[in-house]
Design a protein around this ligand. Structure first.
Ligand SMILES: Nc1ncnc2c1ncn2[C@@H]1O[C@H](COP(=O)(O)OP(=O)(O)OP(=O)(O)O)[C@@H](O)[C@H]1O
Length: 707
């Protein structure tokens, strides 16, 4: 048979099996629906029963409905591309089909094996050197229930039986060449062995994944989360898995991968959303972010919460048995200092503050008596304290003099340069104080991403108020995506934390994340060469502290760049040639023949050159086109390309481009990207490695392009 006919015959053969699978899926769906209806019937019947029976029946109903709904949800989520692989072995007669979930037929025989099950491991692990008894590995590409294509790998050429047909070559290359959508896709059908080793690594301890751009670090980390939940649900499922990404744009980009794999028990959060009740998107200028992220801020914040809050009353005046007792500003401040010196979080020691005030009032009464040559008996002193302490006016004073401290308020107080200078003392320079206080004072854009880690630090420093006015710890209803979702009541309850783009976490952000993983195991993903954090040693130390007592640390390095064409990656690699260690950069596996273009354009011409290049790329690729510029330039670029009105076109700032991917990219003015980060060329390197097929750089000079 000629190749197309052979292929068609093999597709038809696999279609027969896929039809069986979907027929079985239909049956399972139907029985889940029946179970749900039966559950509702029980509930209806229960209304006529005695109360205790009713309760147990309602429970049974809830369980039935819950399980039925879960089954239906999983079956629906996995519908697309349910079966994607097949293994033919030397020994057992029957092939194994690998898919997104395990399905058995009515006789309890497997018609599909879940990709995460041990039996599926050879699909990813077998190689020609170590075939694990697999003769042929076949990738089956489907659209819904229809088989579109098959692609084979022969792992034991000498063992191929006469009647076994081999078609195609390289499912991976075919997958990589396909156009990308605006959301990341799962890679279950083409996970490579070096990636699978990471995905299936033990769950305990800290698993570090490093590798250059496009090596699949994010994809692997997400598949690992799905794998761990499948294999260790008992240990990890209850408290949940938290995935932290650099930005909201990024979490939205990866948001479809896990549900596509049937995993909904994972919380995705951007660094600006880690603290409930706050959502920050804007990024501070590099110099400001560097101060806010450094560990020196701990000291500054510790002092800030011990400073006198603004606008507190400066005099306490009470009358006891006709005698006026007054505490003036200095006396009040002495009381405050004494209470704070005794330790504890300000919001937790308010009772102590009240007691100290009353003691001070009693001292005033005693002093007055002594001045008159009299003495106050211990019983009278105790009586004075009790009586004044019960007065409403005293409590009214206390509430304003020792107010409940809220992290957002304390941070905004630091917009006052004098107050910040007091808190900073010698910890920050006067220039740093000026920069920082201006940033805290400017609330026009709300909190920045770096502020969130400071707010979280303050949350711990001030302590939880006994009665909460507006809680930082309970989710606000309008938090859209997270609303109503399961999450631990206490921050330290997550059982597994995945940190993506970890090279960019500041030490203060590591502290924030560390608080949520006190008892967790970790998967940490990063690439030092893409780092935009200046002091890597400080960040490393903070990371190690966040991991706490977990001594098991395993490290994997991924070395193949699956995203960029080799032509595009060669250009990007030139930019960081000096900053990267030998062997640190990955190898791009795909040549497309399309060289990246660097066009010389004056800054004044960008206005027309950007939309022209974007339009050209929209015509030349099937998928998405990203226009990447310095953060400050984004609003202008958005305006310039607005007339193109194509939903495949996205404009993104350099920092937000981390982790993202487009089929084609227009990179605007590299010089400006270098200038906006303390690690300059690394940020440019990140931006240059976002395109899979085409790259056009518009530059007013070529100083950024090392020879
Ligand atoms: N085994 C694979 N099969 C198919 N596609 C893959 C495979 N591994 C990675 N890819 C694809 O390569 C691209 C890059 O993957 P990913 O974003 O996970 O890389 P990364 O290492 O996190 O990159 P960066 O550090 O640049 O953000 C994605 O489109 C991903 O789907």
């Amino acid at each position: 048979m000629s190749e197309p006919r052979v292929r068609r015959a093999e597709i038809a053969l696999e279609q027969a099996h896929v039809d069986r699978v979907y027929a079985r899926l239909g049956e399972l769906r139907e029985s889940a629906e029946q179970m749900r209806s039966k559950g509702y019937e029980i509930g209806h019947g229960a209304q006529q029963e005695a109360v205790f029976e009713q309760a147990s029946m309602l429970f049974e109903r809830d369980m039935m409905v819950f399980h039925a709904n879960q089954t239906l949800h999983t079956l629906d989520a996995e519908y697309e591309g349910l079966v994607f692989g097949r293994l033919d072995y030397t020994e057992c007669g029957e092939p194994i089909y690998v898919g997104r979930l395990g399905i058995r037929d009515a006789d309890f025989d497997n018609v599909v094996t879940d990709w995460r099950a041990p039996a599926s491991a050879p699909f990813y692990q077998a190689t020609a050197q170590e075939p694990m008894d697999v003769i042929r590995r076949r990738v089956i590409r489907c659209s819904g229930a229809e088989v579109l294509d098959v692609d084979d790998d022969v792992l034991m050429a000498s063992a191929v039986p006469d009647d076994m047909v081999i078609v195609g070559e390289g499912a991976l290359m075919a997958a990589l060449g396909r156009a990308k959508g605006d959301r990341m896709r799962d890679i279950v059908a083409t996970i490579q062995k070096e990636q699978d080793d990471v995905i299936r690594a033990p769950w305990r301890g800290v698993t570090e994944i490093t590798g250059g751009p496009g090596t699949g670090k994010t994809a692997v980390a997400l598949h690992r989360a799905a794998y761990l939940l499948y294999r260790h649900r008992r240990q990890l499922g209850g408290a949940g898995v938290l995935v932290i990404g650099p930005s909201g744009v990024f979490t939205s980009y990866i948001s479809r991968v896990l549900p596509a794999m049937g995993e909904t028990d994972v919380e995705l959060r951007a660094l600006g959303e880690v603290l409930d009740g706050f959502t920050a998107e804007h990024v501070d200028p590099a110099a400001v972010a560097a101060i806010k992220g450094s560990l020196r801020m701990r000291k500054v914040l510790q002092r800030a919460i011990r400073d006198t809050p603004p606008d507190v009353p400066t005099r306490l005046r009470m009358v006891y048995q006709g005698q006026v007792l007054t505490l003036e500003r200095d006396a009040l401040e002495r009381v405050r200092k004494r209470v704070l010196a005794s330790g504890g979080q300000p919001n937790r020691i308010r009772v102590r503050a009240a007691e100290a005030l009353l003691e001070a009032l009693a001292d005033v009464a005693e002093q007055a008596a002594r001045d008159d040559g009299e003495a106050i008996s211990p019983a009278r002193r105790a009586d004075l304290i009790t009586e004044l302490g019960e007065r409403m006016e005293f409590h009214r004073f206390l509430v304003v003099w020792w107010p409940v401290l809220y992290p957002d308020e304390v941070l905004s107080w630091l917009g006052d340069p004098g107050r910040l200078a007091r808190a900073a003392r010698t910890t920050l320079t006067s220039d740093e104080v000026a920069l920082l206080s201006a940033s805290f004072a400017d609330r026009s854009r709300g909190f920045s991403v770096a502020d969130i880690a400071l707010l979280d630090e303050l949350r711990v420093l001030v302590g939880k108020p006994r009665r909460r006015r507006r809680t930082v710890e309970s989710p606000e209803p309008e938090r859209g995506e997270h609303a109503g979702r399961h999450r631990p009541e206490h921050y330290d309850e997550y059982s597994h934390i995945v940190v993506d783009e970890s090279q960019d976490l500041s030490p203060m952000q590591w502290r924030m994340v560390g608080r949520r993983g006190k008892y967790a195991s970790w998967t940490v993903v990063g690439d030092p060469v893409q780092s935009s954090w200046p002091d890597t040693a400080e960040a490393q130390a903070a990371a190690t502290e966040a991991f706490g007592a977990r001594t098991t640390r395993r490290r994997f390095t991924l070395r193949t760049n699956y995203r960029n064409s080799a032509e595009i990656f060669d250009l990007a690699a030139r930019v960081v040639a000096d900053a990267a260690e030998p062997g640190e950069l990955p190898q791009a596996v795909r040549r497309t023949g399309a060289e990246p273009e660097v066009r010389d354009v004056d800054v004044a011409e960008l206005k027309s050159a950007v939309p022209a290049a974007a339009e050209e790329l929209l015509r030349s690729v099937e998928g998405t086109v990203g226009v990447i510029s310095a953060m400050e330039r984004v609003p202008h670029v958005e305006k310039w390309v607005s007339t193109l009105a194509d939903e495949r076109l996205k404009v993104v700032g350099s920092l937000d481009s981390k982790g993202l991917e487009y089929d084609a990219v227009v990179l605007v003015e590299p010089r400006e990207l270098i200038a906006e980060s303390t690690t300059g060329t690394r940020l440019l390197y990140v931006a240059l490695t976002r395109a899979t097929q085409r790259l056009v750089v518009l530059a007013s000079d070529r100083s950024w392009l090392a020879e």
